[in-house]
Design a protein around this ligand. Structure first.
Ligand SMILES: Cc1cn([C@H]2C[C@H](O)[C@@H](COP(=O)(O)OP(=O)(O)O[C@H]3O[C@@H](C)C(=O)[C@@H](O)[C@H]3O)O2)c(=O)[nH]c1=O
Length: 179
């Protein structure tokens, strides 16, 4: 597998080694020893899986507050997403900066997101399925969100009118968010 760092420290884009043959392909989606060798030593405790039926479905921007903050390892098993992270680490030189990545069932790229980031994605194909590992259990009391179209963040989403949950449409803006 190959790993690429990003301008946001700690964010890693991972390309697994793919074995193709006449039957199809094989890949190791997660290999504890290999990931540890590359510094991803989180103890993942929960695997999540979501389906978004419509193109332009946007989930986010989500995070959990400490002490229940989550690191995440994201991949797409059907369809494609534009995956976005926002640096919420107040001591970081890139605090408040965002970055976007194309993840798809076809390119099989994975995104590792350490604790301290908000995360969201917008689907680029219908019936897109996203699967991700997290290193802390879901905690509704610590669950928080930031408004997807916050002008301060100025995220360049691929759609201007996404399909949102009512919860995601009502999140506070970045400057009012509890961090
Ligand atoms: C995230 C989560 C939700 N749920 C429940 C709560 C709710 O009734 C239902 C749907 O929850 P949500 O609307 O928060 O689902 P969703 O909008 O898909 O939330 C996810 O979005 C992406 C961007 C992330 O980064 C994830 O960490 C997570 O926050 O599922 C769990 O039981 N466990 C979980 O881990």
């Amino acid at each position: 597998m190959s790993i690429h760092s990003s301008r946001l420290e700690g964010i890693l884009l991972i390309e697994p080694k793919l074995f193709k043959d006449e039957r199809g392909f094989f890949m190791e989606a997660y290999n504890k020893r290999l990931f540890h060798l590359h510094g991803i030593t989180e103890d993942f405790v929960q695997d999540n899986h979501s389906l978004s039926k419509q193109i332009g479905t946007l989930r986010g921007l989500h995070y959990q507050l400490p002490p229940k903050a989550q690191a995440k390892l994201i991949r797409v098993t059907k369809g494609a997403i534009y995956d976005v992270v926002v640096d919420l680490r107040q001591d970081s030189p890139t605090f408040g900066k965002w970055e976007g990545f194309m993840l798809s069932a076809e390119n099989k790229k994975q995104l590792f997101i350490p604790k301290g980031f908000a995360h969201g994605f917008c689907t680029l194909m219908k019936d897109t399925e996203v699967q991700y590992k997290v290193d802390e259990f879901y905690s509704p009391e610590h669950d928080r969100g930031i408004r997807w179209n916050d002008p301060h963040l100025a995220i360049d989403w691929p759609v201007s009118v996404p399909f949102l949950s009512s919860k995601d449409a009502a999140h506070p803006f970045f400057t009012e968010a509890e961090l």
